[in-house]
Ligand binder design. Structure first.
Ligand code: FAD
Length: 400
């Protein structure tokens, strides 16, 4: 029953033809069940199957592979990211080489503009941002650094996200770019959030307007979903889509479990729920060739409810008539997207982590199982390292 249900629910979205053979029926025994077909689960499944020679059942409750990186053609034929824009970037040669086995790449450097004071200006703040916003002509890095230093306010102990920004660029730029955006994104004022949140966004005195400065910046040429399909196309991997772990757990006996879902859910929310911030996406197709000058425009103003608009054709380079955009609205309820970085939440996670460490036949990996915001490359790195560690333990040692 599970299999038929999975195939009928999963097939309409992105059929996985070759890996789902089901030759031996539902009582088949697996070396490992992997829960979650995002980056964490897909890398673990691929390594266990292709390198370890293990029989793997990959289960996801969504009707598709790819996790949050899933992309699909919308009704207008435009390749969109259902769960918000995903831009690949990494400094790791190993991670880039590993993924390159499953995809070719389209070189892409991400650029973001922010709608501030009726202007579209580069984000992160750079020298061009300052010149446009204040009608200046700061010619050198030293000029920009001196301007920012004059704006910055001394903060004796940098503790919160507000402290980080105000001590670097002063209150005016903080209010224009960070305060409204952060309040919308997190439902909290930056003064209530750990300094790590805004530390992620640099301020530049150069005119470099790239969002990321990593060595490798590229998009999978045929999209993320196609890359996942290739990664999972292995005779040792069966895939069950549209089925929750709790339904699959007893129906498919397995020696080892790799769990990439929420760690608090795995333990039945024994100590309470780990708090997450969620998002609501509004996908819109438009009858124009281009909607905005870059892939992402941020809206820090408290006067509009969305935080950003993404236009996918910039990311993918797809040549089709019309365009598709996505509005992002932060939300308290919904899918778990961003762990809320507050010390008490980390303490709660540590209690779940202690339970996880006592499980010898379960491996926890990925952003939901480790309650950390990770970029895609970091999750791939975490999964590759986890697999390497597993092959050193007798329970799941690589098959000769
Ligand atoms: P996920 O992709 O979330 O996969 C987990 C999977 O497990 C899901 O498919 C879920 O359905 C499944 N699952 C959970 N519980 C169960 C269960 N009980 N039973 C069955 N299945 C279950 N990173 C970047 O590098 N660049 C970006 O530009 C970028 N943009 C992002 C934008 C947004 C809006 C968000 C939210 C994240 C972004 N990220 C980005 C981060 C990226 O999404 C993550 O690094 C990546 O998705 C993590 O992969 P994962 O496998 O750990 O988790």
């Amino acid at each position: 029953r599970l299999i038929r249900e999975a195939i009928s629910r999963g097939a309409h979205a992105h059929p996985i033809v070759s890996p789902t053979s089901w030759k031996s029926g539902p009582s088949r025994h697996y070396d490992a069940m992997v829960v979650g077909a995002g980056f964490a689960g897909a890398v673990m499944a691929e390594r266990l199957a292709a390198d370890g020679g293990r029989k793997v059942l990959l289960v996801d409750r969504r009707p598709h592979v790819g996790g949050n990186a899933y992309d699909e053609l919308d009704d207008a034929g435009v390749l969109i990211h259902r769960y918000g824009p995903h831009i690949f970037h990494t400094n790791s040669q190993e991670i880039f080489d590993y993924l390159s086995r499953f995809t070719r790449w389209r070189p892409y450097e991400h650029r973001v503009l922010a709608a501030v004071d009726d202007l579209l200006v580069p984000m992160p703040i750079n020298r061009t941002t300052l010149n446009l916003l204040y009608g200046l002509d700061l010619a050198t890095e030293e000029d920009a650094a001196a301007f920012l230093a004059a704006q910055a306010e001394p903060v004796s102990v940098v503790r919160t996200s507000e402290d980080v920004v105000i001590s670097a660029v002063g209150r005016e730029l903080y209010e224009k770019f960070f305060q409204g955006y952060t309040r919308k994104q997190w439902g909290l004022d930056p003064s209530e959030l750990d300094k790590a949140v805004t530390s992620r966004v640099p301020t530049r005195t150069s005119k470099d307007d790239r969002y990321f400065t990593d060595r490798f910046q590229a998009m999978p040429l045929e999209g993320y979903t196609r890359m996942f399909e290739r990664m999972l196309d292995h005779p040792n991997i069966d895939i069950l889509l549209g089925v929750d772990y709790c339904e699959a757990r007893d129906a498919y006996p397995h020696d080892h479990l790799v769990f990439t879902g929420p760690i608090d859910e795995y333990f039945g929310y024994r100590y309470g729920k780990l708090p997450y911030r969620s998002l609501r996406f509004r996908h819109v197709s438009l009858d124009v060739d281009r909607y905005q000058p870059v892939a992402v425009v941020n809206y820090p103003s408290p006067d509009v409810p969305h935080t950003r608009i993404t236009e996918y054709k910039h990311l993918t380079g797809q040549q089709v008539p019309g365009t598709s955009i996505t509005y992002e609205f932060p939300a308290a309820e919904g899918d778990p997207y961003y762990p809320i970085p507050r010390p008490e939440n980390q303490q709660l996670f540590k209690r779940y982590e202690a339970l996880a460490m006592a499980q010898t036949d379960v491996t926890f990996v990925g952003r939901l199982a480790t309650y950390r915001y990770y970029n895609m490359d970091q999750v791939v790195g975490q999964a590759l390292a986890t697999y390497r560690r597993m092959t050193k333990t007798p329970a799941i040692r690589t098959v000769p």
